[in-house]
Write a protein that binds this ligand. Structure first.
Ligand SMILES: [Zn+2]
Ligand SMILES: [Zn+2]
Length: 167
């Protein structure tokens, strides 16, 4: 029996469901979030183009500087006026910076991120020409603020933003 038939049969037996790229990349973003040293929100991001990964990142201070959870296990790291880590780069920033540093074009990319972008990241996402953002959790719900200002900004200026619904 040809190998391909065998694989098809095996898949039918196991009722293997063929995952969509959205599922694969959001799963990856969630796994990346687990690598974060942040004592509060752990966020992961995957940057893709034509269904291929071009960069990824998770939130935290620049590589080689601080590991918040290890340095401040009791008190947590220094906070800014909004209560966020004052040392960290956000996950989507880390993904964008890595691509930029390596001269990978970002225009027309799709960004998967486990938490909707804050307003600062939204401005950069827009400026970089990222065309679509798919997020899992709401930044507004997490911060208990009335609106997702990052999402509102992106939608207003023509970036597709979709909240991912987990199956
Ligand atoms: Zn921190
Ligand atoms: Zn941000």
């Amino acid at each position: 029996m040809p190998v391909s038939w065998y694989i098809c049969l095996r898949m039918a037996e196991n009722k293997t469901v063929r995952p969509s790229f959205d599922e694969i990349y959001m799963d990856l973003a969630e796994n990346l979030a687990l690598r974060s040293h942040c004592v509060k929100a752990k966020v992961g991001a995957v940057l893709t183009k034509d269904t291929r990964i071009i960069s990824l990142g998770y939130n935290g201070p620049p590589a080689g500087t601080h590991n918040c959870d290890l340095e401040w296990p009791e008190t947590g790291c220094p906070r800014d006026s909004k209560g966020s880590c004052s040392l960290a780069l956000h996950a989507e920033m880390n993904a964008i910076l890595y691509a930029s540093k390596n001269n990978v074009p970002i225009e027309d990319c799709t960004l998967y991120v486990t938490l909707s972008p804050c307003i600062s990241c939204a401005r950069i996402i827009y400026s970089m020409g990222i065309k679509k953002v798919i997020y899992l959790h709401s930044y507004a719900e997490y911060k208990k603020i009335p609106s997702d200002e990052g999402v509102d900004f992106l939608l207003k200026f023509g970036v597709d933003v979709i909240r991912y619904q987990k199956k």
